[in-house]
Design a protein around this ligand. Structure first.
Ligand SMILES: NC(=O)c1ccc[n+]([C@@H]2O[C@H](COP(=O)([O-])OP(=O)(O)OC[C@H]3O[C@@H](n4cnc5c(N)ncnc54)[C@H](O)[C@@H]3O)[C@@H](O)[C@H]2O)c1
Ligand SMILES: [Zn+2]
Length: 387
């Protein structure tokens, strides 16, 4: 193309992806949010619109009052423009009308590109609020306060936002790094056990593809993790978040222009299973099954030794993850179960070239560009027997 007259300048946009850890983020004595929001690089931003996950608001009845007190205390620097609740969970990502509602609030409350939008909630709420913020006025800075293990360890600390379309996961979305992420551990106090556990699966995932010693640490701490011991839970979140942020920042492809998605190990089946179960399976539960399938597939194809594969399945089981679901059996009149459509949908989502991450060892991965359907089915059959 260079033989044609043209104009070309590189555009470099430096991003800082930062995750802070704290407790009681809206206690008056905790200046973290104020310091970040009013920092020099914030350029005098003052107006703040807060969205909170309804379940978090119900479980922490004094949250609204604390946020209000916090903004009163720092009233010279920050203005709370709204404290809105949204019913969280996957249903929110399936409900296109929630975007209208947020855009409407942003318009009505005159939230501009020099304001902040804040999301407090599970990964689903953060995906929706982050997407609305990324697209209103072509981008308003947003803060994320993840309130689930999975959110603090993975979903809330990255650069992706999005909603589902026609029940297809994350079909509509944007890459928009948050201004900052604040992992406030005190939110986990009200999180039900199943959701506390769900976050472990993303830690196992990242350990499998990047860090054998982290996998061994999870194995060694199974009892503490099963009992949700605070220090162990916090260490898992910190290490898992660090891996995610480090991967995004150093992989050379933060906005996923290429097709390699190691952080999506086990996710091609998981996203399809979430949809096939009508979202009765949570993201974490579905990823556990997806990881089990791709682990056995790696073994069946001769890449991963059977001892490692057994260790992985044993860890999933001992952390009480199911590795099989009846939704794997759903068929649409074809000989093949619908879950296999997940491969094609994953390919479409990547943009052409199917790229699936597999394991060659615990802590070491590689990519393939095709999957042998019969071997996937065999892996699923083996999981059914183990069930
Ligand atoms: N953007 C990304 O990079 C990324 C990465 C991984 C996953 N995700 C997405 O994240 C979502 C899953 O997130 P999740 O596991 O946090 O689930 P979730 O957001 O569905 O939350 C789980 C449930 O817990 C409730 N809840 C949240 N915090 C609570 C608290 N502190 N106390 C009581 N109840 C609380 C929610 O209302 C919801 O009902 C999926 O949509 C997934 O696709 C996004
Ligand atoms: Zn995930």
């Amino acid at each position: 193309m260079s033989q044609f007259p043209h104009i070309e300048y590189p555009i470099r946009i430096p991003y800082l992806l930062r995750v802070y850890f704290t407790e009681g983020a809206f206690d008056i004595g905790n200046p973290l949010f104020r310091d970040l929001a009013c920092s020099r690089e914030s350029g005098n931003r003052r107006k703040v619109l807060v969205y909170v996950d309804e379940a978090v608001n119900l479980a922490t009845p004094d949250l609204g009052a604390s946020v209000s007190r916090y903004f009163d205390h720092y009233g010279e620097e920050l203005r709370l423009m709204g404290f809105e609740t949204l019913k969280g969970g996957e249903a929110l990502k399936n409900d296109a009308s929630c975007l209208d509602r947020i855009y409407g609030d942003i318009e009505r409350l005159k939230i501009c590109r020099h304001s902040y939008v804040v999301g407090i909630g599970g990964g689903a709420l953060l995906d929706v609020v982050g997407f609305a913020a990324a697209t209103a006025h072509r981008g308003i800075r947003h803060f994320r306060f993840p309130t689930t293990t999975l959110g603090q360890a993975d979903a809330g600390v990255g650069v992706k936002n999005g909603v589902n379309f026609n029940r297809k996961k994350n079909f509509v979305g944007a890459f928009a790094p948050p201004f900052a992420v604040i992992n406030d551990f005190s939110f986990l106090d009200t999180l039900p056990d199943t959701h506390l556990r769900n976050g472990y699966i993303e830690a196992i995932k990242v350990a499998l593809i990047r860090d054998a010693s982290f996998f061994e640490w999870i194995e060694a701490n199974t009892d503490a993790l099963s009992n949700f011991e605070r220090d162990t839970l916090r260490e898992l979140i910190h290490r898992c978040a660090d891996h995610h942020v480090a991967h995004i920042a150093t992989s050379g492809d933060p906005f996923e222009m290429g097709s390699v998605r190691p952080l999506d190990f086990g996710h091609w089946a998981a996203h399809k299973l979430e949809q096939l179960s009508e979202f009765a399976l949570s993201h974490g539960e579905a990823v556990a099954i997806g990881i089990a399938i791709d682990t056995l597939y790696s073994e069946e194809m001769g890449h991963l030794d059977s001892e490692s594969s057994e260790r992985i399945l044993k860890l999933l089981k001992s952390l009480q993850f199911e590795v099989y679901s009846v939704h794997l059996e759903k068929r649409n009149g074809s000989r093949f179960p619908c879950v296999l459509e997940g491969l094609e949908e994953f390919r479409e989502h990547l943009g052409g070239l199917l790229t699936i991450t597999l394991l060659k060892r615990i802590g070491s991965r590689f990519e393939v560009h095709e999957m042998d359907t019969e071997v996937v089915l065999k892996a699923i059959d083996r999981l059914k027997e183990l069930n």
